[in-house]
Design a protein around this ligand. Structure first.
Ligand code: FAQ
Length: 324
């Protein structure tokens, strides 16, 4: 049976401290924190920040690939891409639900995105210029997302951890479909191979940056690790991604665009060349190639959808919330 942290503690003379101890103990025992539980304000705040940014990323992340639905090269590719983009919408909805369970309404979360206050993943501020970009996103971006998200299935906040289980299953299908597109192009005509290589050239470094700033510059790493919101640091996950992806590029017969990339027999990891962190900070500061278009698309969708929200609210008002 689930026992809340607050059970038997509320009203005790040292209630605050006891609750904090109970919270820490729960983390130490790898038990989940659930919505009704007492939690430190800063834990609630950083979880709301991370989960809502994650939700926004899923929703904004529909745009670059959505751009190719009408131009997919076959009916089968189109059906698969449609399903993938719809999956991303579903991920956004589970994640908004998990963030709302911390006490901030969906409207507040969405308005923070639309006003430019809340962040979403840097990766979705790059354009999809060719069909190969759809393959590169599935292979690299979903591949990176899986590496980042599998540990989150074990994070301390129950609703976030549980949402991640289903999301990760769907992301692995996405990664496979992206690799399949890259495989077909890489083994196609010389022009198709060149298109696949060009997509890898443009998506490689932004995918490496997706894991966030280097550990030395990460604001939240230390505290989020302590609270088990993160289970690995940004650099640890980045290294995992590189070690896993380089052999896949070799299988595809494509070259990673990094002249300094070398296997290091001592560390048992790849060494890589310098990452252009100026570019990363430019993009998360709102000045990437597509930031303005991406945000405008979400603002337009919000405004165009106003009548749906109003109709739903009116229906609920007339017939009770159960009928909404
Ligand atoms: N982009 O202190 P840290 C997907 C910000 S889902 C933008 O290290 P933290 C699925 C960070 O917010 C992709 N901003 O931060 C898909 C902070 O600023 P703040 C999204 C970034 O949170 C596939 C500042 O830099 N996944 O791809 C980024 O501890 C295909 C300092 O950084 C998630 O959100 C960035 N890349 O670690 C969908 C996973 N990195 O908030 C469609 C969950 C950092 O203080 C198609 N999130 N910043 O103003 C996480 O694991 C973490 O939030 C990190 C960042 C690891 C992303």
């Amino acid at each position: 049976m689930y026992t809340s942290i607050s059970d038997g503690i509320e009203g005790a003379p040292d209630g605050g401290d006891a609750r904090e101890r109970a919270f820490d103990e729960r983390l130490d025992r790898a038990l989940k924190i659930e919505p009704p539980d007492w939690m430190p304000d800063a834990y609630r705040k950083t979880l709301t920040r991370q989960i809502s940014q994650h939700a926004h990323s899923e929703i904004v992340g529909m745009l670059p690939e959505g751009n190719w639905i009408t131009r997919a090269p076959s009916l089968q590719r189109k059906v698969i891409l449609l399903a993938k983009v719809q999956d991303e919408a579903g991920h956004g909805l589970y994640l908004y639900g998990a963030a709302e369970s911390l006490g901030t309404s969906r409207d507040e979360l969405v308005l923070a995105l639309l006003s430019g206050k809340a962040k979403y993943s840097s990766i979705f501020n790059y354009p999809t210029l060719t069909w190969a970009d759809v393959g590169a996103i599935g292979w690299l971006v979903d591949g990176a997302a899986i590496i980042n998200q599998i540990p989150i299935t074990r994070c301390s906040y129950g609703p976030y951890a549980r949402a991640m289980v289903r999301i990760c299953k769907e992301e692995s299908f996405h990664q496979r479909q992206g690799f399949d597109i890259m495989w077909t192009l890489a083994h196609g005509t010389a022009e198709q191979h060149a298109m696949a290589q060009d997509a890898l050239d443009r998506w490689w470094w932004p995918s490496v940056m997706m894991f966030g700033p280097p550990d030395s510059e990460s604001t939240h790493n230390v505290q989020s690790l302590r609270w088990k919101i993160k289970l690995f640091t940004n650099d640890e996950l980045r290294t995992k991604f590189i070690d896993q992806t380089v052999p896949q590029a070799e299988q595809l017969g494509l070259a990673i665009p990094d002249p300094d990339l070398r296997w290091n027999d001592e560390t048992k990891h790849y060494d890589i060349g310098p990452i252009d962190w100026d570019e990363f900070y430019r993009v998360i500061g709102g000045n990437g190639p597509c930031n303005k278009d991406r945000l405008q698309a979400r603002v337009d969708a919000w405004e165009d959808g106003a009548w749906v929200r109003e109709a739903a609210a009116e229906h609920a008002r007339k017939h009770g919330s159960d009928a909404a």
